[in-house]
Design a protein around this ligand. Structure first.
Ligand code: NAP
Length: 292
């Protein structure tokens, strides 16, 4: 059984990125810059944004944090987004979700310039992914795809079962893995099934998976009986237990006894998500340089 070490992989990717950022700065004079918008005081969101800022600094990118009170209205947020869209020194814009109740999340995300939409949530970017010509890949699915590629896990012709159909993880992951594989897009050509809370006989389907990707937000939901021997199991979940510890959606201790490979939580998909955000920010800076 192999542990898919996302922490180590993300360090490798960040080292590669640091070198690319140095070369980009030298050739263009531009420092890639990510603007992060944080509304309200949610402790988890504060930690996520702070980790993203630190990661930017580590690879030589600029990060700007815009902290707004919980009382911020949709209209006020839209004004800030417009300013960031027009600021040529800002290349990527990230609005930390969830937004406080009362803020219209879709209106805010749709207002981000698609060329600065480094989370790849804008309908234009989702459409491009669906057509197999992505501008950006969404950070978590992209991190998972990198994990599969870099660990040499073949996806072509394999049955991938994705548990969870969110717009952030499950759906874009399926779109990416089902694409026709090309030289520039490996980690695809899979046969993909998505299951969700309305799926009947869910375990019968998960047991057919060569690769299982679980993103539902239910601590230790996936148990050993739901996994085919030697399957690859990727755990996306981040659940905080009552004792403060973090655990995934997979019951790691039992599933590791049957799986061929498994990603841990913490130290699996999470760190890769941040690396992919940095990759997209560098890409955004590149795109702005090309179109200017
Ligand atoms: P979400 O938007 O809440 O979606 C959860 C999905 O799981 C929904 O499609 C839901 O089905 C499905 N689901 C819930 N309970 C289920 C059950 N008992 N059986 C089958 N399906 C079930 O969640 P998300 O944003 O995708 O996040 C999922 C988890 O991943 C969370 O723990 C989140 O913190 C974590 N996450 C981690 C990262 C990372 O970087 N590692 C990034 C993003 C998210 P319905 O659609 O039918 O309701």
């Amino acid at each position: 059984m192999q542990i898919l070490d996302g922490k180590k992989l993300s360090e490798t990717i960040c080292n590669e990125l640091s070198e690319q950022v140095i070369r980009f700065k030298l050739s263009t004079g531009i420092t890639p810059c990510l603007a992060a918008v944080l509304v309200g005081d949610d402790p988890a969101s504060r930690i996520y944004v702070s980790n993203k800022e630190k990661a930017c600094q580590k690879v030589g990118m600029e990060s700007r944090l815009f902290r707004l009170p919980v009382t911020t209205t949709t209209e006020e947020l839209l004004v800030l987004i417009e300013e960031l869209n027009n600021d040529t020194n800002v290349h990527g814009i990230l609005v930390q979700l969830p937004l406080p109740e009362g803020c219209d999340e879709l209106r805010v995300l749709d207002a981000i310039d698609p060329k600065k939409d480094v989370d790849a949530f804008h309908p234009e970017n989702v459409g491009l992914i669906s057509q197999g010509r992505p501008r950006y890949l969404p950070c978590t699915p992209c991190g998972i795809q990198q994990m599969l590629i870099r660990y040499g896990i073949e996806t072509a012709g394999k049955h991938v079962v994705i548990v969870g159909r969110s717009d952030i993880v499950g759906k874009p992951m399926a779109l990416m893995l089902v694409q026709k594989q090309s030289l520039s897009q490996t980690g695809a050509d899979a046969t993909v099934t998505i299951v969700h809370s309305r799926t009947k006989n869910l375990s019968d389907i998960t047991r057919q998976a060569d690769i299982l990707i679980v993103a539902i937000g239910r601590a230790c939901f996936l148990t050993a009986e739901m996994v085919k021997p030697e399957a690859v199991v990727i755990d996306v979940g981040i659940n905080r237990l009552s004792d403060g510890k973090i655990c995934g959606d997979v019951d790691f201790d039992t599933v590791k006894e049957v799986a061929g490979a498994i990603s841990p939580v913490p130290g699996g998909v999470g760190p890769l998500t941040i690396s992919m955000l940095l990759l997209n920010t560098l890409r955004a800076a590149n795109l702005s340089n090309v179109s200017e």
